[in-house]
Design a protein around this ligand. Structure first.
Ligand code: ATP
Ligand code: MG
Length: 348
């Protein structure tokens, strides 16, 4: 068995959406099924969610249930992947405290993802210190499990870079106890950062431009119907643009050759469909209808499984509790290694 270990996760700030699905969840399930990983840890990052949602603890608490249901619905299997809740592992907070010494203020302020999130969020009374430091806490999450592989969306690149810097610095100053992680991005360009249905840069729970994994069939159809396409493509006969056209980006992320056999026989593949749209003579209604069929096919079984799991919430929390216990044992071992390396193991 390989030495490869996965750590990844999501913030409980709402239900999970198709951006999470193509950017990370779908791949996690594939990786889980390869059996190539010695351990897989999937973290619900509630402590991180509280860095910008500290005034809304109810939302974070409720979203734990939603995210855990979404996990099981897409096929994450607690027998193969340890699913746990960040705040229940105090070792992670302790590691963060020590790692903070290894990062300069200028370095945290330079993080481009954090910068753009600060702009989006309109922090009224100023940016919480905890928020600018969340990449450091994320480094603790990753290193606590000695993760080698972190499958995430593109917005997480700066976080991985930060984690690697902390590992190198720690190992150099103290002892080489930490493992440098690699990011694992989706191999499909469209999946790296799926745009919102409004055409905005990123589908994001906080922006309200999402198609959720739990949306009803009617809601999905309606969201697809009113999706952003190409504002210059007014009449069907007008030539259209496929770049920056959300419907085509989603098709890039979801469409497979067999979908043409099933739902749009006049075309062989996506390139043909795109060529027709660019030339003119292909209307938005038709491409949206095609996208809707594909999404319904993909999301239907997920929605059904989710409804089944939602019938037994106590079992869901029992699963999470077990996951927390397993995760804490691993994090405690790392923390003990860290404290020894830092010479703060006085009573050992
Ligand atoms: P929030 O607005 O609260 O930050 P979010 O929608 O950005 O929520 P996160 O929980 O921050 O979701 O991200 C979870 C994972 O999903 C990360 O790996 C992130 O890179 C990935 N991800 C989030 N949004 C997208 C997206 N639109 N396309 C691809 N991957 C995404
Ligand atoms: Mg995010």
């Amino acid at each position: 068995m390989s030495d490869k270990i996965i750590l990844t996760g999501d913030r409980p700030t709402g239900k999970l959406h198709i951006g999470h699905y193509v950017g990370s969840l779908r791949q996690r399930v594939v990786l889980q099924e390869t059996g190539e990983f010695r351990k897989i840890f999937i973290m619900i990052a509630d402590a991180q969610a509280l860095t910008d949602n500290f005034a809304d603890p109810g939302k974070v608490r409720q979203s734990i249930t939603e995210v855990a249901l979404d996990y099981l619905a897409v096929g994450l299997d607690p027998q193969k992947s340890t699913i746990f809740i960040q705040s229940q592992i105090p070792e992670l907070t302790e590691l963060t405290m020590y790692y903070m010494n290894l990062v300069s203020l200028a370095r945290v302020e330079r993080n481009p993802t954090v910068k753009s999130e600060i702009q989006q969020k309109n922090f009224g009374e100023g940016v919480p210190v905890g928020f600018v430091c969340y990449p450091i806490s994320q480094a603790s999450d990753i290193t606590a499990f000695k993760a080698t592989t972190v499958p995430v969306g593109e917005d997480q690149k700066p976080m991985l870079e930060q984690a690697r810097e902390i590992v190198r610095k720690f190992n150099e100053i103290y002892e080489p106890v930490l493992v440098e992680p690699d990011i694992l991005l989706a191999d499909n360009e469209a999946c790296l950062r799926l745009p919102g249905t409004d055409g905005k840069a990123k589908m994001s729970k906080s922006l309200g431009n999402c198609i959720y994994l739990s949306d009803s069939a009617d809601t999905v159809r309606e969201k697809v119907r009113s999706m952003y396409t190409d504002p210059t493509h007014i009449k069907v006969s007008d030539p259209g643009h496929v770049e920056g056209n959300t419907v085509f980006t989603y098709l890039d992320a979801f469409c497979r050759p067999e979908h043409f056999d099933r739902y749009l026989k006049e075309y062989q593949n996506l390139n043909e469909l795109k060529a027709h749209y660019k030339k003119g003579g292909l209307g938005d209604v038709k491409i949206k209808r095609f996208l809707n069929e594909i999404l319904q096919e993909e999301l239907g079984p997920i929605r059904q499984r989710r409804e089944e799991y939602a019938k037994d919430i106590p079992a869901l929390y029992e699963m999470l509790k077990k996951g927390c216990e397993t995760a804490e044992a691993v994090a405690a071992q790392t923390l003990s290694d860290v404290k020894r390396a830092m010479q703060i193991d006085y009573f050992a």
